[in-house]
Design a protein. Structure first.
Length: 425
């Protein structure tokens, strides 16, 4: 029987197989046909400690039997309060920079970034400067699939149908090797026109191709924004929760953004939740006896109690266990194996940041709509791996529980893919 389900980023007309997953544990997904897959991309970058982590699962079960959902406009509950305090305690800090002090909840990375944009524009509007509404973005960026986040992301086939709805932004060139100063000069020039904010994915662009840039550039970007009184927004939806080697990527640059969006790993990947953190000036610009100046944003499931309970458990894991030690060990294991692919004739541009690694398969068919990506997905599925290449870029972002044997299987399969596709180009 044909399924009525409409899957995301799936062209159903190609009739590609859609495996049914019935169970998960650690880095493994168990299939209805009895097979298993190594989840090498953390199920779209969300699973951090491993699937069905017992501490998080127990917290969800306990909360579900106590308080499941509560309207968050004018009401609160203990898990939301505890998560907010935990996030503030874990957030990046730097000498002489205002701390992130307030937490606004939502339910996805896209929404967390939408909230960040609305906070930035609301800040200037409430300060009596509504003309400051232009957003600066980094070339090749991706921030989500809602109208606002598509507007500030790279334009292409994945948002062409909605072009009439997208607002104009100022694009700063990506700081590719050798072009770092050109990027900074462009940002400096654009900031002189007094935009509202500049938003970046710190240190690495995700869906844009796993493109990495130095912490020194990120640090100077934030400094330029400070000099020109332009709000600096960090989209840590993908980079947060240890993916880049530190809890948040901004730590490596020694910066505190004015606004920071987090999601994905906030619950360890168990259940949807997102948050947008802001400094006191952003909050204070909306705080007033005038109800017209309140922050007009919400969703029905804002700060869902069950999701917040999962986040409380996740934060406790970070505070009580050596998660960074696991990340360092996993990163070292990835680095050693990635090095073995560097001399393979089928590959180019091996790169790594923390537990994120990527390599490009040499091909003349490298675009987002190339036939290569679905063929690679099928190849890896046959090898028992969940990998989802971006065009010709094969990347991995495994859970922190991934062991040496699983890494060996992963890199062996990538080498085999290089052999196979270079021989059958």
């Amino acid at each position: 029987m044909t399924s009525p389900v409409w899957h995301p980023f799936t062209q159903h007309g190609l009739n590609e197989p859609i495996p049914q997953v019935v169970r998960a544990d650690g880095a493994l997904l168990h299939l209805a046909d009895g097979g298993t897959l190594i989840d090498a991309i953390s199920s779209w970058w969300v699973t951090t400690h491993g699937h069905c982590h017992p501490r998080i699962a127990a917290a969800i079960a306990q909360q579900a039997a106590t308080l499941d959902q509560l309207i968050f406009a004018g009401y609160t509950h203990a898990p939301a309060e505890e998560v907010a305090r935990g996030l503030i305690a874990l957030a990046p800090r730097a000498p002489g920079q205002p701390e992130l002090a307030h937490v606004f909840y939502s339910d996805s990375g896209s929404t967390a970034v939408e909230v960040a944009i609305k906070m930035a524009l609301g800040y200037w509007y409430n300060l009596g400067q509504p003309e400051r509404h232009r957003i600066l973005v980094l070339e090749h960026g991706y921030h989500g699939d809602t109208i606002g986040t598509m507007s500030i992301g790279e334009r292409g086939v994945y948002n062409a149908a909605w072009t009439p709805l997208l607002f104009d932004v100022g694009t700063i060139p990506f700081p590719a090797p050798g072009a770092e100063q050109a990027c900074l000069d462009a940002l400096e020039s654009a900031c002189r026109d007094k935009p509202a904010a500049f938003i970046v994915e710190p240190l690495i662009l995700g869906a844009g191709g796993m493109l990495i840039y130095p912490a020194s550039v990120l640090r100077e970007m934030a400094a330029i924004c400070r000099r020109h009184d332009v709000l600096f927004i960090a989209d840590e939806v993908m980079t947060g929760w240890g993916r880049t080697g530190t809890l948040f990527a901004c730590e490596q640059a020694g910066i505190v953004p004015d606004i920071m969006a987090v999601a994905k790993g906030i619950t360890g990947g168990a259940i949807p939740l997102a948050a947008t953190l802001a400094t006191a000036p952003i909050f204070d610009a909306h705080r007033s006896t005038d109800r017209a100046r309140l922050f007009y944003h919400s969703s029905s499931y804002t700060a869902n109690a069950i999701a917040c309970a999962a986040a409380v458990a996740n934060i406790a894991i970070w505070q009580e266990e050596d998660v960074l030690g696991r990340i360092a060990a996993l990163s070292a294991g990835i680095a050693a194996r990635l090095g073995t692919l560097a001399s393979h004739r089928a590959f180019a541009n091996p790169r790594q940041l923390g537990t994120i690694a990527a390599i490009d398969l040499m091909t003349g068919d490298a675009g987002y709509l190339s036939d290569l990506a679905p063929r690679l997905r099928a190849f890896f599925l046959d090898k028992g791996l969940l990998l989802r290449p971006l065009g010709n870029t094969i990347y991995m972002m495994p859970p922190y529980c991934t062991d040496a044997a699983q890494l060996d299987r992963l890199f062996t399969a990538i080498a085999q893919a290089g052999d196979y596709f270079s021989a059958n180009a």
